[in-house]
Design a protein around this ligand. Structure first.
Ligand code: ZN
Length: 439
């Protein structure tokens, strides 16, 4: 089916970003068939269904390098006991209790709700990290079903950790990796690992072996808090990244999340092994773990992208947060203007390409038809030359009107079409308090 997204401001992104006024994007099935002046596209594709995009900006769908769908039902919950005073306590008192309380229906709803939020925010591709020890086997299949029904793309993994039982989660991860193989462009698989401080050498070796045999990467939290670094230094006499590197966790398909407490030698190892990094500035600030040295990593050639870590599904917000945080941290109003959008746009596209084997994040002939169409009337001239200024200070707050993934319209006129938002939220409100009681 062919659809003409007509007469908007098209921002192509990609290697040579173009900003085209009064332009249309024509999709054919899952791909972009053409883009160009609206009048020309109307002449060339007269039979296409038309979606009016006047007063709107047409961007490629946003990509998220690290998410936790399963964290959804923590929203509004009062964690039991005293407030956590540090990162490890946050895990022990909140997340490691919550993940153990999730039932099969909780897992499904916990994915469906943020998938709706992804659609609402124009986020079309997500790399997720899942944990639900009480309902583990088959949990990734439920999430896959939810992602396919939502019409989005996701790379899925199960968080292996020794904290409940040695090697807990390996079987589920291995099963899903074997089932998914190299993926179909919509669903991909990774080997999920919690973090160095909850994983023994034996477990890591086993997981790395499974990932290598299948040709997939590892998705692991790295030095999110100083405690992870201290644990590695105390037990293994090397910092976190060096330990993981010696065990073979690094590599072009692997994704190291956070990397807040790493030194320059560790950054060099990450760069040399072409391992990707997912930066989650809102989450780092929320957990008060520190400021990631993303500018140093980028200078060293590390591929640093952006994730939400379950905080939200709003990617432009993460970009602005990264931008503001680096400026404040460096006490320098000259930094991060180029780097924050680079992480969101180019680097997330590169990270996702390694997982899905598809070049996402740009609009071009033959490219995947993934679009985020925003209400945005530029109050000053908008061109390739000043696009980043409009992105950081304007589009970041623009409401997404229409979301398209794989050529399918998932939301139109701010109405989510792919899933029944009202019914799912109502069911989640019924189940969440029951789950909270099991904590
Ligand atoms: Zn995370």
């Amino acid at each position: 089916m062919s659809i003409r997204f007509e007469n908007g401001i098209v921002v192509t992104l990609g290697k040579s970003n173009r900003v085209l006024w009064n332009a249309s994007v024509v999709t054919d099935g899952e791909k972009v068939a053409a883009l160009g002046p609206a009048a020309e596209m109307a002449r060339s594709f007269p039979g296409a269904e038309v979606v009016d995009c006047s007063g709107k900006v047409i961007l490629p769908g946003f990509l998220c390098s690290h998410h936790h769908f399963y964290s959804t039902m923590a929203r509004g919950m009062a964690p039991p006991g005293e407030p956590a005073s540090n990162f490890v306590e946050i895990l022990e008192r909140l997340w490691w209790k919550l993940d153990k309380a999730l039932s099969d229906e909780d897992v499904t709803l916990s994915a469906q709700i943020p998938l709706i939020e992804c659609i609402r925010n124009g986020t079309t591709t997500i790399i997720d990290h899942h944990a639900s020890p009480a309902f583990r086997d088959g949990s990734l299949d439920l999430i896959e079903t939810a992602v396919r029904a939502a019409g989005l793309r996701a790379s899925l993994c199960y968080e292996v950790s020794d904290r409940n039982q040695p090697g807990g989660g390996i079987a589920e991860n291995e099963r899903f990796i074997k089932k998914t193989g190299m993926g179909d462009g919509q669903i991909a698989a990774m080997m999920g690992l919690h973090a160095s401080f909850t994983l023994s050498d034996a477990t890591l070796e086993k997981c790395v072996g499974i990932a290598r045999d299948a040709g997939v990467g590892c998705h692991i939290h790295v030095a999110e808090d100083a405690a992870d670094r201290a644990d590695s230094l105390a037990k293994y006499k090397v910092p976190t990244v060096e330990r993981l590197h010696r065990l073979g966790v690094t590599g072009e398909k692997s994704l190291f999340v956070h990397c807040v407490h790493i030194d320059e030698a560790e950054m060099d190892t990450i760069a040399a092994t072409k391992t990707s990094v997912a930066h989650n500035p809102e989450s780092n600030m929320n957990n008060a773990v520190g400021v990631t040295k993303v500018l140093t990593m980028l200078k060293k050639g590390v591929l640093v992208g952006l994730g939400t870590d379950g905080m939200s599904s709003d990617m432009p917000a993460q970009m602005r947060c990264a931008y503001l945080l680096q400026r404040l941290d460096q006490r320098d109003p000259r930094v991060a203007f180029m780097e924050a959008p680079q992480m969101l746009l180019q680097n997330n596209a590169e990270i996702c390409e390694r997982q899905f084997g598809l070049r996402l994040g740009e609009i071009g002939e033959g490219a995947p038809a993934d679009l985020a169409i925003l209400d945005y009337q530029p109050p000053t001239p908008l061109s390739e030359a000043n696009f980043l200024g409009h992105l950081i200070f304007g589009m970041v707050d623009a409401v997404v009107d229409t979301t398209v993934c794989r050529g399918r319209i998932l939301m139109k006129g701010k109405k989510v079409l792919a899933l029944d938002e009202e019914r799912l939220a109502a069911r989640s409100r019924e189940l969440a308090p029951k789950m909270w009681k099991r904590l």
